[in-house]
Design a protein around this ligand. Sequence first.
Ligand code: C2O
Ligand code: CU
Ligand code: CU
Length: 476
Amino acid sequence: MLNRRQALLCSASFGAVAAFPAQIFAETVKHLTYPPLLDATRSQRFRLRAQAGKTRFNGGVTTDTLGYNQDYLGPTLRLMTGADTQAEVENQLRTPVSAHWHGLLVPGDVDGGPHQAIAPGQSWHPVLSLDQPPATAWYHSHVHGTTAEQVMFGLAGVLHVTDGQDDRRGLPSAYGIDDLTLVLQDRQFNRRGRMTYNSGMHDAINGFLGDAMLVNGQVGATAVVPKGIVRCRLVNGSNARIYRLSLSDNRPMHLIATDGGYLDRPVALNDLTLAPGERAEVLIDFLDGIDCSLVSDNIANSAMGGRSGGQFIVLPFAVDSTLPARISGLPEILDGVLPNLDFAGAPVRRFSLDMSMGMGMMMARANRQFSINDVAFDETALNFSVALNSLERWVVQGDLMMHPFHIHGVRFQVLSENGQQPRPENRGWKDTVLVNGQSELVVRFEKQASRSAPYMYHCHILEHEDGGMMGQFSVS
Ligand code: C2O
Ligand code: CU
Ligand code: CU
């Protein structure tokens, strides 16, 4: 059952938008479910079908949604590193879609970005050869101009890269029992329960913010967990919402992995910021058998100002001591040692993320336009090329808003944030980082991307990306 504090939090609002619907928590506890696991570690092949669906989210009417192999979202893909996996992605929709493997270190021609859009009725057959450390990645459609809408309605799923060694590491690995995949998304429903997304001017400028919290496509569900150590693979699959996550009784979350995989040891955090596109794996200790909730601060991120404040429940946890508790202690060390990259003498590249054109366009009521270094995305123009197996120092400058900056096909380390040490959750391998001022990165280019199949770099607020805050580069 929900405690007092949880009930209070339920009624906290998302700020400028409508109050969080409190009544959904009043009914009996609804158990959270996890996306079906599509384990391709043995077969080394999998199939995704982008399809139209119907979903009833919150006791309302059924609403039109999109999914891979199902009505909303897609299965969790488990892929073996060190192996080649044959993928097939079929498009059963009437519009082009893609499947971008966000976080997989694969060459540009199998990356699934805008240049690998799949026409209606067609299939795409990339081979994913993985040689990266275990990590939580994700996949989503990435067709330029429709990414925000397609992800909003469900074209996204989670990817686990594994090496089969998590038992040896002492990490929880039972899918949906003590190894929980959690896709965080905010959405908006009308009175009848239909999912709405109009990408009007406000959303187009600031990015979409909804007033209903969904985890794995479910509203108001509770995760039932064993009385032991539980692993949460947190994926921010929201279009624009930034979460600052904590636990309602202030117990720590032990960070074990960032975007690119494991740290060298767990790091106890009281709160953890997760921007769109980012992933974090945390261990939570439920050995005391006490329930608590994952909560988030309500963060305003708007070019027009706006108030942050208050908290809302992301996901209540309920301990069930009849469930098998396999892990009863935190591992002391992990094997994700961050190498010291020698970037002295590495080329420096500067990026400035800019939405002022978008603001001006808004005033003129014309099309939105966002840019990086004053140029908006142009699918036919390569912005630069870098050398394979090189390092570069990228200095990324934000503007009025915080922008989650993402680079395809690479991993990077954050050197500094506004001249300071990076936040603890940014001290591992990353592929997406929230830029709030200036961030300095050292980027390692390990895979090839040709001029005709380049990698993207962009803001992961999907409305900004669609609006042009994106560029592309080759690696050769
Ligand atoms: Cu998750 Cu270019 O995207
Ligand atoms: Cu990506
Ligand atoms: Cu942005």
